[in-house]
Write a protein that binds this ligand. Structure first.
Ligand code: ZN
Length: 388
């Protein structure tokens, strides 16, 4: 998986992001190596690098001269070159974090807000964003990204039940977020934001095709293909929580019975009297089948188990299915387990949400993912000379 630039002048904004992505992934890296990797001339890369350095997005490090001329500079992202705020809204409350350009959480805050109304939530968000951005006075704030439970725009599924946001239908999320914060605003499902966090800051450096299973209050997931989250026609692809898992099983607020999420989610665990000890063996066969379904559908390199659940719970869950059924993933040439626990940590959603706002600068692939209009392979003429 290598990003390629184009040597045509009108594609500068796109190339700029490709060069930044290459620096982020491979830092510290020399200009010539970037050029080789992304298929641009050294001259084009040098022009872009000079601009990025002037703008404070990257830093260059130079080794001590060794007597045979100046060694080439090696480049890396300037962590303090910009900040974004990530917000995660759940039926239980709000989390927010100030994140720097390297994806490091500078500070995070939590506010309890059970089943918050939009008015209440946006008021809290406005205050949290002001508090967090106030920590870096004079810092360049690129924007704010908010993640919330999906699916979006499916009336009978989106806003019913304990795992979703009741009373949030018909809310112009992006507009309200922008109005409340005065910043460029981005919205995404929590599962896709979390998969983005993992792609940028976790296992994404090792895998390019994997299914990210989001274990939260509900259950969701996203297939990451070639480093990009598959979103479907309406952004709801991978909404695995409502796959029928148990015939005539537990009724689900979506109107069906036996949905996977009714068994496999923090909400489901919370309903079990006996806690983890009783729940784990009970859901094991259901979880095994779910993994087999995912593998046969998507042929992933690996299934990544992540989300909001505590790490030790995810590890126990992964350990219950080490003897998975035969599927297309039961390959002899495997070098990794079929299931791994996410490595981007508990802040994956917040970092992913913040990255939504940074992607326009940093990552062309995720820029494609979150913009309604895909990144053109050849930029439209109106982008000529535009500063991205
Ligand atoms: Zn359901």
């Amino acid at each position: 998986m290598t990003l390629r630039g184009t040597n045509q002048e009108f594609a500068r904004p796109f190339n700029r992001r490709i060069v930044l992505e290459s620096i982020r992934l491979h830092a510290p890296i020399k200009r010539a190596d970037i050029a080789r990797q992304v298929g641009l001339t050294v001259q084009t890369v040098s022009t872009i690098v000079r601009e990025l350095e002037e703008q404070g997005y990257i830093l260059s490090l130079r080794d001590e001269p060794n007597g045979r001329g100046l060694p080439p500079a090696r480049l890396r992202i300037n962590p303090e070159g910009g900040y974004a705020v990530g917000i995660h809204l759940t039926p239980l409350g709000l989390d927010a974090a100030l994140v720097n350009l390297s994806g490091e959480v500078i500070e995070s805050r939590h506010r309890d807000a059970p089943n918050a109304t939009p008015d209440h939530a946006f008021e809290l968000i406005g205050r949290l964003v002001a508090e967090l951005t106030g920590l870096r006075p004079g810092g360049r704030i690129l924007g704010v990204g908010m993640a919330l439970p999906g699916p979006f725009g499916v009336e009978s599924m989106s806003f019913v039940g304990p795992t979703t946001m009741a009373g949030w239908q018909d809310v112009a999320l992006r507009e309200r977020l922008a109005d409340e914060t005065g910043l460029p605003a981005f919205i995404e499902t929590d599962m896709a934001a979390s998969a983005l966090g993992e792609q940028l800051y976790g296992l994404g450096t090792r895998f390019s095709d994997y299914y990210y299973l989001y274990f939260g209050v509900g259950l969701g997931g996203a297939m990451v293909h070639d480093g990009t989250v598959l979103r479907g026609a309406w952004g709801n692809a991978g909404e695995i929580g409502h796959i029928p898992a148990v015939p005539d099983g537990e009724p689900c607020p979506c109107g069906n019975r036996g949905c996977l999420e009714r068994y496999l989610s923090l909400e489901a665990l919370g309903r079990r009297q006996g806690g983890e000890a009783e729940w784990l063996p009970q859901v094991r066969p259901i979880f095994r089948n779910a993994v087999a379904t995912i593998e046969n559908l998507f042929d992933p390199q690996v299934v990544v188990l992540g989300g909001l659940a505590p790490l030790d719970l995810l590890e126990k869950l992964a350990a219950t299915v080490q003897d998975l059924p035969n599927t297309v993933s039961a390959r002899k040439d495997r070098t990794t387990p079929r299931i791994v626990v996410a490595s981007s940590g508990p802040n994956s959603v917040l970092r992913g949400a913040a990255a939504l706002a940074v992607t326009g600068v940093l990552s062309p692939r995720f820029g494609q993912m979150f913009e309604t209009v895909a990144e053109p392979r050849h930029a439209a003429p109106r982008e000529k000379g535009a500063a991205a």
